[in-house]
Design a protein around this ligand. Structure first.
Ligand SMILES: Nc1nc2c(ncn2[C@@H]2O[C@H](COP(=O)(O)OP(=O)(O)O)[C@@H](O)[C@H]2O)c(=O)[nH]1
Ligand SMILES: [Mg+2]
Length: 275
């Protein structure tokens, strides 16, 4: 009897160790990918929320990608990222790990490490299942907020996608919006499955992405001018470019981050913010 029990305990410990090392590998790989995307000038929007709230469904309709819709733990464990459609910004939407109720303590820390990457996002979309009872919504949102605090996510704008509104009536939408409205910047009631009201979610996301400003760049001709110009094309929205006799003059919309990097790359006075 006791030997059998010891064997079970050892087996469970072994499995936890395997899951831990899988999670560690995933977060390392994701950190590398994130760095590369950020270097390429992409913005990142991360989906968060409980398992089964509709994150993968929303991810699929917004990106047109075929992320598996499933409820199992591991299918959504590696975050999937693809280009968000319907906006002219270069945005990656990542389908993050779902929150799971009553996760064993021993796994909680490993999950938090994986969740931490959403702290690098420019906007977090918290997906909430509107068909859950009021008290469950309140409890889940509270857990999400606690976890965000615990893993040190702050200063990232949070938007709530109140999903599955096809399952509830107007009065319920209003009531459930009121439950979450204080925790987030905006609430967008949607149905990911039926594609309802996605425009208002995208508009809310867009409103909270880092703002773009119009700049005038003067790139002097030299060995690096063409690679610099192509970097600008990759990282900014170019409005016009003119090849003058001694320099290339470019008008472009830049994010604050890209503007800062260009400021370092260009000679003094070559970058001017237009108002
Ligand atoms: N009625 C309804 N069901 C939805 C909606 N969005 C997702 N679902 C369903 O909810 C379940 C969980 O969705 P999924 O995207 O896998 O959730 P995830 O665990 O958060 O990734 C699936 O059966 C979906 O078909 C919606 O807007 N309305
Ligand atoms: Mg999923």
């Amino acid at each position: 009897g006791e030997d059998l029990l010891n064997l079970r305990v050892m087996e469970i410990r072994r499995r936890i160790a395997v899951i831990r090392s899988k999670l560690a590998k995933i977060s390392q790989a994701q950190e590398l990918k994130r760095k590369r995307r950020s270097a390429e000038g992409f913005l990142e929007v991360a989906l968060a929320g409980y398992t089964n709230s509709g994150k993968s469904t929303l991810h699929r309709v917004l990106t047109g990608s075929t992320v598996e819709v499933a409820d199992e733990l591991f299918t959504t464990l590696s975050t999937k990222a693809s280009l968000l459609r319907g906006t002219d910004r270069r945005v990656i939407l990542s389908d993050s790990v779902g929150f799971i109720s009553n996760l064993p303590r021993s796994l909680l820390r490993a999950f938090n490490t994986t969740l931490m990457e959403i702290g690098n996002a420019d906007v977090i979309v918290l997906v909430v299942d509107a068909s859950d009872p009021d008290d469950e919504i309140a409890r889940k949102v509270e857990t999400c907020m606690d976890t965000f605090n615990e893993i040190g996510i702050n200063g990232v704008p949070l938007i709530c996608a109140l999903n599955k509104i096809d399952l509830v009536d107007e009065e319920e939408i209003g009531r459930k919006t009121a439950l979450v409205v204080d925790c987030v910047e905006e609430v967008a009631p949607i149905s990911a499955m039926h594609g309802t009201n996605l425009e208002s979610l995208l508009a809310a996301i867009e409103r909270h992405l880092p703002s773009l400003a119009r700049y005038r760049l003067v790139i002097p001709y030299g060995d690096d001018s063409m690679s610099l110009l192509s970097w600008v094309h990759d990282n900014a929205r170019v409005l016009s470019e003119e090849f003058n006799s001694d320099s290339i003059e470019v008008m472009a919309h830049l994010s604050q981050e890209v503007a800062q990097r260009l400021f370092k790359m260009l000679p003094a006075g070559a970058l001017t913010r237009m108002e």
